[in-house]
Design a protein around this ligand. Structure first.
Ligand SMILES: Nc1ncnc2c1ncn2[C@@H]1O[C@H](COP(=O)(O)OP(=O)(O)OP(=O)(O)O)[C@@H](O)[C@H]1O
Length: 251
């Protein structure tokens, strides 16, 4: 995207570098998430996609600049970034398996513990309206949910933090194609309701169908970027990246 767009972006990342010892996993990535859009990051195994999201959340040390609505969050620890409006649903989903759905959701609002209780309770009710299956299963432990339900719970829990930019790391991982479609439809709907999305996916074809813009990451660098529709129409890209994945079909 152009510098003009970077100025208007809700999230603007410039020249981000992340290393594991001598290995530079993210090597100068710049990207933008405009308000109200879905931006996807695709690329092969080991390209640095998860590392990028973890660094944006403050879970890994990084160099470069990360600006959220004009505020540089680079020096902030994870909890402050959460309060500023960045939230990550990691690849591992990281639910508390022994705790109920309701308790997992309540923990999602931990960063808002100083707010009036009513605001959080209203959001819990909104989460149950958005995900009726979670309401039905609210007393069930998270560990007993199906894969799709666990992904929905992970997303619902992230929403309890009221993110402005929701980052999703491979939400389709391990899910059957029909459930992948359901999860991605939920992501689209979230975006329409005002949450901007940065989504990492191996299932490139499926994610580009719901995204506005895409970045292709290769060996820690942006190899290609463009409107999702033009990336989907790119034969070279399709041959190189689309249809591969960790054991899931392109939906
Ligand atoms: N904790 C770590 N220590 C050392 N190297 C790591 C660590 N985590 C990741 N790497 C390396 O960093 C590179 C980027 O990994 P990363 O997991 O970010 O890629 P990815 O694009 O998310 O891959 P995948 O699609 O397979 O999840 C890889 O070469 C990986 O081996």
């Amino acid at each position: 995207m152009t510098n003009d767009k970077a100025d208007q972006a809700l999230l603007a990342v410039s020249d981000l570098h992340v290393s594991y010892g001598p290995v530079e996993a993210v090597a100068g990535v710049s990207l933008q998430v405009p308000r109200g859009k879905i931006v996807s990051v695709i690329g092969p195994n080991g390209a640095g996609k998860s590392t990028l999201l973890n660094a944006l959340m403050g879970l890994l040390p990084a160099k470069g600049s990360v600006v959220l609505e004009g505020r540089d969050v680079m020096a902030m620890p994870v909890e402050s970034r959460l309060r500023e409006g960045l939230c990550l649903v990691s690849e591992k989903r990281e639910l508390f398996a022994e705790m109920s759905v309701a308790d997992n959701l309540a923990l999602g609002a931990y960063s808002r513990r100083h707010e009036p209780k009513g605001a959080v309770e209203a959001d819990l009710e909104a989460a149950y309206q958005r995900f009726p299956r979670l309401k039905e299963r609210r007393h069930q432990t998270a560990g007993t949910l199906s894969g799709g339900e666990r992904q929905m719970l992970a997303i619902a829990r992230a929403l309890m933090a009221r993110p402005r930019v929701l980052m999703l790391d491979e939400p389709s991982l391990g899910l059957a194609p029909l459930i992948v479609a359901e999860v991605l439809a939920t992501v689209s709907e979230l975006c329409r309701s005002g949450v901007s999305i940065l989504i990492v996916e191996q299932n490139a074809r499926a994610v580009l169908k719901i995204a506005d813009y895409g970045y292709v990451l290769e060996q820690g660098r942006v190899a290609m970027e463009g409107d999702a529709a033009s990336l989907l129409a790119d034969t070279r890209l399709i041959e190189t990246y689309l249809g591969f994945g960790k054991g899931h079909e392109a939906a």
